[in-house]
Each structure stands twice: as structure tokens, then as C-alpha cells.
Ligand binder design. Sequence first.
Ligand code: THU
Length: 141
Amino acid sequence: MNNEEMIRRELLQSARKARENAYAPYSGFRVGAAIRLAGSGEIIAGCNVENVSYGATICAERTAILRAIARAGPDRVRGSVEDLVVVTDADPPAVPCALCLQVLQEFCTPHLRIHLADLERIHRTLTLGELLPYPFSSFKG
Ligand code: THU
């Protein structure tokens, strides 16, 4: 197994573990996500946390990237996330929602690899640029 494969495997494991902590009493849909910071190699995971208001629900992907910011700071996170794994039990595996893609694009390059997985394995890999080709990126004209 090469280094890239080992990283993806570790991310998948970490996302799966975080998914076990999902708080999803309303939808019953549990999501886990994990990212890795290049350099330190730290892996940071997230799960979805729902709210009775529904609208205040936070997705697993945003939990992971926001945890990374809180831990390492925006400067270390910016551009250093190369891989994100998202785990659900959906078939076909779920794609991050548009809100999460918009938050990811604030800190990641369009080359970010987004691996869509179920509990067993990664089924598909797409880049952030493919999933969000025209992000909102400036309000200054
Ligand atoms: N969810 C995520 O965690 N990530 C996504 O990209 C899509 C949706 C969560 C939000 C909510 O708790 C549940 O899945 C159903 O939408």
C-alpha cells in the first residue's frame, strides 16, 4: 500500500469513528468526515450535529473544517487540506451539501480531493473544483 492509500485508509477510519458520534435524532442520517493537514499530518474528524430547529444543524464536513481552524488557525489550514473523506451508509455515497462546499472553498484549493465513502470503502473521488466550479468568492466586484 502506498502513502496516499494509507492516508485515505486512515481518513476513512477516522471519519467512520466520528460518524458513531453523530447526533441525528431527526433525520436518522449519520455522517462522518475527516480531513488531514499536510505538514503535521494531523487528522481532524467531524460528525453531523442536528438541532430541533433543523436550520441550526451542522454537517459533518463543516464540523471537521471548523475544528481544524480552531485547532491550527486559518493560516495553517488554508491550502493545506488535500483530502476529505465523507462517510455515510447511503447508496450511492453522499456528496457534501452546497453550504459545506462553500465553507470548504474558503480554506481549500479547487484541487481538494473529496472521497465519497460508505462504511466499507471509498467509492468515488471528485475535486472541490468539480463539485463547486463557480464558488462565491468576492463581494468587492
Ligand atoms: N449532512 C451532512 O452532515 N453532510 C452533508 O453534506 C449533507 C447532510 C447531514 C445534515 C443532517 O444532519 C443530515 O445529514 C440529513 O440532511
